[in-house]
Design a protein around this ligand. Structure first.
Ligand code: C2E
Ligand code: CA
Ligand code: CA
Ligand code: CA
Length: 279
């Protein structure tokens, strides 16, 4: 048997082994899913706090694997980022979401505002803007119907490149939002230099804001800050009426959450919107 170095003890730790096995299996199955077009998108409505109308949707990755069952994006995305698979996956997500929004427009005569999550790896890739342009041209979607959701960490990784990229995207007419806002509070000042339209308040704050005064204070501070910077505010993870009335008091513009709807398949979203319009 080979002599094991100091760091190889983990090889015999059953937890580490199963963790590593899971990772290897996931990567193998994820490559398989990409090749066999097994990834899907689900669309979660965004709602105007004032009017209750659906203002658009966010595309969210879904994967139901034959071997592994449903795998959550929280597990897929980090692995995809580590392995570089995020580039083909991210491009597929963007193209599929834009194609759906354009088909919606052609079928209904109404635009559908489509928000797409962009990983730091994609944003910091030198062909990103060219890819976005190509996808818009190919699908025919108006840039004004597209919004890109970026994380704070993606911007501060390489702020100069991010600023250049965001400026180009903004010039195309694409809307830009900061996702999971509030989780990287220290970078607040840095955000001012970026041409951002919207902040999305992280679900972690909403889940406790009704009962926890500190979380409520953070939400209040974020909304006030956003107002002073002329940004729109979207509250994530609104699950009940108490949370809705809180964000209404705080003058958040839009919300997303199970109170209105979870993320729906493309077909289910059409049915949902028809029912919703009758309410
Ligand atoms: P996110 O961008 O913050 O998306 C919101 C997540 O919260 C989604 O989880 C959504 O299903 C969930 N959610 C929405 N409303 C509620 C609610 O009222 N209560 C609760 N408990 N949860 C709610 P999901 O789909 O599992 O996605 C998790 C994360 O994975 C996303 O967080 C995003 O960071 C990432 N992700 C998903 N799809 C993509 C993608 O296509 N590209 C990239 N780069 N990341 C993605
Ligand atoms: Ca998001
Ligand atoms: Ca978020
Ligand atoms: Ca999140």
């Amino acid at each position: 048997a080979k002599r094991l170095g100091r760091n190889n003890y983990q090889f015999f730790d059953p937890d580490m082994t199963s963790h590593e096995e899971r990772r290897v299996t996931l990567e193998r199955r994820l490559r398989h899913a990409i090749e066999h077009a097994a990834l899907r998108l689900a669309y979660q409505p965004k709602v105007s706090v004032e009017t209750g109308q659906v203002t658009g949707v966010e595309a969210l990755l879904r994967w139901e694997d034959d071997e592994l069952g449903a795998v959550r994006p929280d597990e897929i995305i980090p692995l995809a980022e580590e392995t570089g698979l995020i580039l083909p996956i991210g491009e597929w997500v963007l193209r599929t979401a834009c194609r759906y929004a354009q088909a919606w427009r052609e079928e209904t005569g109404q635009p559908l505002a489509m928000a797409v999550n962009i990983s730091a790896v994609q944003l910091n890739h030198r062909h990103f803007v060219a890819t976005v342009k190509e996808v818009l041209e190919t699908t025919g979607l108006a840039p004004a119907s597209l919004e890109l959701e970026l994380t704070e960490s993606a911007l501060v990784l390489n702020p100069d490149l991010a600023l250049e990229t965001l400026t180009e995207l903004r010039a195309l007419g694409i809307a830009l939002s900061i996702d999971d806002f509030g989780t990287g509070y220290s970078n607040l000042a840095q955000l001012r230099r970026f041409p951002i339209d919207r902040l999305k308040i992280d679900r972690a704050f909403m889940s406790h804001a009704v009962t926890d005064r500190q979380d409520a204070a953070i939400v209040r501070a974020v909304v006030a800050l956003a107002r002073s910077l002329d940004l729109q505010v979207v509250a994530e993870g609104v699950e009940n009426e108490d949370q809705l009335s809180l964000i209404r008091q705080l003058h958040s513009d839009e919300y997303q959450g199970y109170l209105c709807s979870q993320a729906l398949s493309g077909e289910a979203l059409k049915a949902f919107m028809q029912e919703y319009a009758k309410r």
